[in-house]
Write a protein that binds this ligand. Structure first.
Ligand code: GTP
Ligand code: MG
Length: 197
């Protein structure tokens, strides 16, 4: 899989000029978005990861196989930002999500170690409202014991009110699991999109 960084943009106007299907990685700050992108792309640190929440500040576009983009978005729910900045982030999310001018699909990431938050639920609602195809990826599953897993999945499905058709991918960037299923979903959407053209 070939991947290269294309552009960082603080707003919608700065998205790449070339329109291709986009797969956005959306989730709470520090939930593992950049790590999962690297895992998906089989790269070490193309998307910058950090132990410090709030690392990703812009819409970061990666071009994959000259066919589609992965978009690393800033995380929501980061406690140590001003109200004004938080509002600006949510505004950017909403406008990015609601835009209907590009083919967009969303991976909503939930940290497997934690209960979903009110913000997770709110974002899930927006994703639904946007009408874009979406999947849930649960991250850091290496940190969740086998016995706790099915309970955690049920909690997430319940909290986000996910329908039975929503693809649901347990993943671990550390153990390098979950990638094949994510890839299969991406390929299926790309094939559907190409058939439309
Ligand atoms: P922001 O850009 O700050 O919103 O964070 P992010 O969602 O991009 O998270 P990032 O990928 O930077 O990872 C945050 C922290 O979680 C880092 O310390 C990672 O090493 C750790 N992490 C990410 N994925 C996994 C995983 O699958 N397992 C474990 N154990 N840790 C992970
Ligand atoms: Mg990040």
């Amino acid at each position: 899989m070939q991947a290269e960084f294309v552009i960082s943009s603080p707003d919608l106007a700065g998205r790449p000029e070339r329109i291709l299907p986009e797969f956005a990685f959306i989730g709470r700050s520090n939930c593992g978005k950049s790590s999962l992108i690297n895992h998906f792309l089989d790269r070490t640190n193309l998307a910058h990861t950090s132990g410090k929440p709030g690392k990703t500040r812009l819409l970061n576009y990666f071009l994959v196989d000259d066919r589609f983009y992965l978009v690393d978005l800033p995380g929501y729910g980061f406690a140590k930002v001003s109200k004004k900045m938080r509002a600006a982030w949510f505004d950017l999310f909403r406008r990015y999500l609601m835009a209907q001018d590009r083919p967009l699909a969303v991976f909503h990431l939930l940290d497997g170690r934690h209960d979903p938050t009110a913000e997770d639920r709110e974002v899930a609602g927006w994703i639904r409202e946007s009408g874009h195809p979406s999947a849930v990826a649960v991250t850091k599953m290496d940190k969740v014991g086998t016995n706790a897993r099915s309970r955690r999945y049920q909690d997430i499905i319940g909290a986000l009110d996910l329908g039975p058709d929503t693809p649901f991918f347990p993943t671990s960037a550390v153990k390098r699991t979950g990638r094949q299923d994510m890839l299969a979903w991406v390929e299926a959407l790309l094939a559907a999109n190409e058939a439309d053209d």
